[in-house]
Design a protein around this ligand. Structure first.
Ligand SMILES: [Zn+2]
Length: 193
């Protein structure tokens, strides 16, 4: 189970973040492809973990440092939405899932409008290659569910509704019945356990 937690710990290290947006290959779970995002879900016993990775483009409509107050507000709105997992995931109430931990992160958060030098510095410090303008947004959630057997699906329609730039969500699920992959989109937003 500690797979997701482990991944998350790696993500928190700046080096890994830098590596991640440097590689634009499609060969990993974290490939940065505009329009696509990844969701890892693990349910073991009462512990439910969800981890979302998306190019910032899909959610904010841009992914360089915010150029003005309007773009800064847009980024803030993305962060606000993602810090409300009850809206993002709409877990079945009968499962009794309570949020224990959450973390929403991106190099773009906390970079003030016009502070592109800061972002460039970030990139130059962490990698030798020239800074690129591709940035990701990560969100991690941990729930304890009183009745995990009542968790038969997760409805992600709000996520697709909120972000039309998100066309495809590649889900990797580790659940009571093993591991499986699913591809969700606006027409098919329900993740089945
Ligand atoms: Zn990009």
């Amino acid at each position: 189970m500690h797979y997701l937690l482990f991944t998350f710990a790696l993500l928190l290290s700046g080096a890994t973040l830098a590596n991640e947006h440097r590689s634009h290959e499609h060969d990993s779970l974290d490939a940065h492809v505009h329009g696509e995002a990844q969701l890892d879900v693990a349910l073991e016993g009462k512990l439910l973990e969800l981890q979302l990775h998306s190019p910032a483009m899909n959610l904010a409509g841009f992914e360089r440092a915010p150029a003005n107050a309007r773009e800064q507000a847009r980024l803030n709105a993305v962060r606000d939405f993602l810090t409300q997992p009850e809206k993002v995931f709409m877990l079945a109430p009968e499962a009794g899932c309570a949020l224990e931990r959450e973390a929403v992160s991106s190099e773009l958060f906390g970079v003030a409008a016009g502070d592109e030098d800061h972002l460039a510095l970030h990139d130059e410090a962490s990698e030798a290659e020239p800074a690129d303008d591709h940035h990701d947004i990560h969100a991690y959630y941990q729930f304890t569910c009183a009745k995990p057997q009542a968790l038969r699906s997760i409805d992600l329609r709000n996520l697709f509704r909120q972000y039309p730039g998100l066309h495809e969500l590649d889900v990797q699920l580790i659940g009571p019945r093993g591991q499986k992959g699913q591809t969700l989109n606006a027409r098919n937003p329900i993740l089945q356990f």
